[in-house]
Design a binder for this molecule. Structure first.
Ligand SMILES: *Cc1c(COP(=O)(O)O)cnc(C)c1O
Length: 374
């Protein structure tokens, strides 16, 4: 029976089992050669990742949050500089603006794609604006054409937050290749996940790449040569080796996510009360998250939980309404879309190794909720 199938939100162990012998072997290799910090595994991953993301340079670092901070530091954010970011994202996107010395300026999200609302972006640009961070949230590409046009018109840099969007495409082109730099997270649950924390920035700008690498490594590219004061943010050898094993599988895993997302959309469309995620023209999402909307979201989540189905809310409070941004004094009407969505969104289980039986269980459980409500 469908309701006896337990469906976890994600299943990292299932993925590990598909590549166990390669992962176990490479971990043993790193230990055997003591290649724990920098070294050949890190170099190899940086080159392979840059290649797959169609970027000239990849600077790896300790996690995705650091990748945003490192990029903004290298882009030259100074006190008083304003950086525009979407009102709905993970906190890393904006806490790093402040960390880099800048001032956060929120832009509402688009009601269909949850990405930054480009119709509201230009009005937020002031003489102090230096850059914009579009987030390809849930793996949905942001609308890059208008964003790049506004950036060009006002001389702004663009830092793409690709933490959830490895291999997503906008009008046929990989996200992360539009802006000055793109930040990536390899947090275990991300589309490309390490077995611990890891992150990277990609760019085609050699000077920017050099400044980022220098800053991430105590301000110097060779030992003892500290050109500037930096930080210590390194991808370690074990994580790099694990990521190199996983990277060639990413296209296949991405197609599996796209397959399951299509199945969900087909089977959930038309269920009363359920809004399936929209895919805008010319965008190829990679479904880090499959996020539906429902007016009775909390009751639906409780119902799914009772049926053994795990869901998550990404994220329950839009950024401007978090306690940490209360001093900015924003009201719901400042960001109506982000505010409306925060109480309606629900992320369903999605991961490449899902089974038909698991999808059936989720779909049936959602159907039975509507039955109960009728
Ligand atoms: C995960 C994530 C980050 C940060 O990545 P970590 O590796 O967890 O530090 C940044 N932005 C977004 C949108 C994310 O989802």
């Amino acid at each position: 029976m469908a309701d006896t199938v337990h469906v976890p939100f994600a299943d990292l162990h299932a993925q590990y089992l598909t590549i166990k012998s390669d992962i176990d072997a490479v971990i043993a290799d790193v230990i055997r050669t003591s290649a724990f910090i920098r070294g050949p595994y890190v170099d190899k991953f940086e080159a392979a990742f840059a290649d797959m993301m169609n970027a000239k340079h990849c600077v790896s670092c300790a996690n995705g949050t650091d990748s945003l901070y490192i990029a903004m530091h290298a882009l030259g954010v100074k006190p008083g500089d304003e950086v525009i970011a979407p009102a709905h994202s993970w906190i890393s996107t904006t806490e790093t603006i402040t960390q880099a010395g800048g001032k956060v300026v929120f832009c509402d999200t688009d009601p269909l794609t949850h990405t930054i609302d480009t119709s509201k972006l230009a009005a937020l640009v002031t003489p102090r604006t230096v850059g914009v961070i579009p987030v390809h949230i849930y793996g949905q590409p942001a609308d890059m054409d208008p964003i790049m046009a506004i950036a060009k018109q006002h001389g702004l840099w663009i830092l793409e937050d690709c933490a959830q969007s490895h291999l997503a495409r906008y009008k046929g082109r990989l996200v992360g290749t539009f802006g000055n730099a793109a930040s990536f997270s390899f947090y275990p649950g991300k589309n490309l996940g390490a077995m611990g924390d890891a992150g990277a920035v990609t760019t085609n700008d050699p000077e920017l790449a050099k400044r980022m690498a220098m800053f991430a490594r105590h301000g110097g590219l060779t030992k003892g040569d500290h050109q500037i004061e930096g930080i210590n943010s390194r991808l370690d050898g074990l994580q790099a080796a694990i990521l190199s094993v996983k990277l060639p599988h990413l296209p296949k895993w991405t197609r599996a996510r796209q397959h399951w997302a299509n199945v969900y959309t087909e089977r959930l469309s038309g269920i009363p009360g359920v809004s399936v995620p929209a895919v805008a023209e010319g965008r190829e999402p990679v479904w880090h998250l499959y996020v539906i909307r429902h007016e009775r979201r909390d009751a639906l989540a409780a119902h799914l939980k009772s049926k053994g189905i795990q869901t998550v809310i990404n994220y329950p409070t839009a950024l401007p309404f978090l306690p940490c941004y209360a001093p900015m004094g924003h009201k719901p009407s400042d960001f109506p879309n982000a505010h409306r969505d925060q109480s309606r969104i629900l992320s369903l289980p999605i991961f490449p190794e899902m089974t038909e039986a698991q999808i059936d269980a989720v779909v049936e459980a959602i159907r039975s909720f509507d039955g109960a409500a009728a």
